[in-house]
Structures are given as C-alpha cells and as structure tokens.
Design a protein around this ligand. Sequence first.
Ligand SMILES: Cc1cc2nc3c(=O)[nH]c(=O)nc-3n(C[C@H](O)[C@H](O)[C@H](O)COP(=O)(O)O)c2cc1C
Length: 187
Amino acid sequence: MTSRHFLFIVSSARVPGALGNTEWLAREAARHLPAGATGTWLHLNRLDLADFEDRRHDIGTYPMPSGDTHRLLEATLAATDLVFVTPLYWYSFPNRLKRYLDHWSAWMRVEGLDFKGRMQGKRVWAITTSGNREKSQPMFDSLKLCAEFLAMRWQPPLWGQGGAPGAVEKDAAAVAAAANYFGASAT
Ligand SMILES: Cc1cc2nc3c(=O)[nH]c(=O)nc-3n(C[C@H](O)[C@H](O)[C@H](O)COP(=O)(O)O)c2cc1C
C-alpha cells in the first residue's frame, strides 16, 4: 500500500511567521494524521511564485518552471493528499492560492509532465476559518470544482470561527472536529 503524504498549502496573508487561525486549526488536525502518513507545510507568502501567463492559444506549451514555482510543482506531485489551509477573503480564497491554482493550467501543458494524469485520484481537503460558515460555501464549491476538474477526490471541508489570532481556539466544535478530520472521512 502506498504511504500517504499530506501537503499543507497555507495561503493566509498574515505577516510571515504569524500563526493565523486557519493554520492553527490545520495544525490541530495534522496532529491526527492516518497511521504512517507524513506531512509537508508550504506557506505561499514565503514563496516567490511566478506570474501566471495564459499561453494556451498562442505558444501553447510551457517550459518546466524554475525556482519556488518548481518547488511547489514538485511538492504538489509528491503529495497523495493536498490540504488547502485557506482563510475566507471576500467570500473566496486569497490571491496567493488563486495564483497557485492558475499554475495548474500551465503545468497541464508542460511537455512530458502528465500533470493531469498524476493529479488524478489525490485527495483534496480544505481547512478554513472565517466570520461565518455559511458564507464560506462558495469558496468550498469553487475548490471542489477545481479538484474535480483534475479527477481528484474532494473531501468534506473543516471550518472554524475566525477573526483575530486565537479566535478559533475558542471554537470547541471546530477543535473537536479537527481531531477527527483526516481519519474520519478518508475514502
Ligand atoms: C482581505 C480579507 C477579506 C476577508 N473577507 C472575509 C469574508 O468575506 N467573510 C468573512 O467571514 N471573513 C472575512 N475575513 C476574515 C477572515 O476570514 C478571518 O479573520 C480569518 O480567521 C483569517 O484567517 P487567518 O487568521 O488564518 O489569517 C477577511 C479577512 C481579510 C484580511
């Protein structure tokens, strides 16, 4: 059986080094990974992710990326489980996560990479904090559609009450749900 490897992609725009609510909740969940699983954490605000350029209908292909963009690509392919650790910004996800997802479109067109084929079947998780669970639904729907576009397996999201750092620690339901998150719903 292949061992599981979780890639946590943190997209909060808090200053580098500050522990936001969403990462705090994700770290609670990560204390309870399935047996034998490993984890890697990447903070998008500590990486220099290249601008995305839409070349689909002129140049057509993309070169293999370099620098931090290549590092993200490699980490993405190495994971069996992608975890979007994302606060809600304006009923959607932060611009850094959007830019990362835009690069999927480029990576699908890197010759010989077979990005789409290699993404198929990975599990996709989302851990979010915001002012309101209900208003996070459009973001969850969007992430689910992105996952399904690449035939990945969308998992039920984990939500906690956000606000100033520390707010989610008072959300007892979210803290309890975090402890069971990765074990409970893996299919
Ligand atoms: C730019 C920005 C936009 C936000 N938009 C929303 C929103 O649309 N709905 C909401 O409930 N909270 C919104 N919030 C609040 C954050 O979702 C909340 O504070 C969250 O816990 C921050 O996560 P973090 O502590 O991990 O950075 C927004 C915060 C920022 C900075």
